[in-house]
Every structure is written in C-alpha cells, then in structure tokens.
Ligand binder design. Sequence first.
Ligand SMILES: [Zn+2]
Length: 216
Amino acid sequence: MTDLTKTTSRVETKDAASRNGELDDPRDLEVMEHVKGLLRFIGEDPEREGLLDTPRRVMLAMADHFHGYKEEPRDYLSRTFTEVEGYNELVLITDIELHSHCEHHMVPFVGKAHVGYIPDGKVVGLSKLARVVDAYAKRLQVQEKLTAQICDTIWDCLKPKGVAVILQCQHFCMCYRGVKKPGSWTTTSKLHGCFLESDASRLELMTLIGMKRNIG
Ligand SMILES: [Zn+2]
C-alpha cells in the first residue's frame, strides 16, 4: 500500500512538473526511454519534431488508463444507507460506459456494464457502483475476470440478496488484429444469490435489461 501511495503522488505532480521542464525523476525518464524504444521498433524516429513530446504524453496517458491500480474498489462501497423505506427490490444500472485494456496485448476493449443488485436493508450511492466498475476496468484485464471482480466485490461488501453483473464489450485485439472480426461483441455475466437461485429474479433482470435495449 505504501508503494501505491508513493506512485499516486508521483503521477499527480508529474504533469505540472513536466510543464515546468522539471521532469527529471529517474523513473519517469526510464519510462520515456522505453516509449522511445517502442517508437524505434515500429520504424519511427523518436527525435523528429512531431514525436519529441510523445514519450511524455504516452506516460501520462498510461497513468490515466491504468488509474485503477491506485484505487481500492471496496472503499467506494463502505458508505451505505439504510433509510430506504424497506425497498428491497431490484436496483439496476444499465449502460455504464466501460474502457479497459486486455492484459494479453495491452489494447483497448470497450463497451457497457449492467450492474444490478437486490438490497438486504442497505443501499449504496448509485455512482459508487460505476466507480467500482471503473476501478477494476482501469487495469490490465480479461473481460471474464473483470466481470467476476465487480460482482464479487459488491457481493462481499454490500451483502445483498443478489448481485448480477453483465458486460458487453468489443475487443480491439479481436476486431483489428489476429482474427479481425470487427463488430463482434463479447458478453460475460456473473450472478450471485437470488439471481442464481430464483428464475423469477433472473427473468426480471433480463427483461429490464432487454427492455432498455429495445427503447435505446
Ligand atoms: Zn488481447
């Protein structure tokens, strides 16, 4: 944890420092040298004018893409509310925008997350569920693992009657390289509690997600 904190402050001060020409942290310089190596690998000249600032920009973009390593997703679910007038029915957020990177090729996969849960006496702020999605998505991932991590975290922290997480994503490594199948979508789902045990709960969930699809 200490190491992560150190990284956070380093990244946050990096942009300001680099604007002032003070980018001399040896770790940053090392990262930028690696980016220059990649530029040479693809056949570019890292010293040409248009690319001079690219290593710094790539480093900052990477810090943003992989911001999730500096977050503890469980923290977002630590504050719950019990004054819900006994509402113990489905809470469903659909179409949460999702940007992640596959851990095999470090290229993007993007899509939507649908997150639903049935509370057991306590609820969490709706935006917090989207933050959990983001905190795991902004890491190197495989879609299956990402789905399970989001679902398991909500299940462990909120102890609801049921949780369902469904992800629908397009993978750049599948669409634009290798098998090259643009337009293909990958759907993954992980269910806990009543969504696994009760056909009625699962049907309600799928109907509501499907309804949104038809309206949208
Ligand atoms: Zn990949």
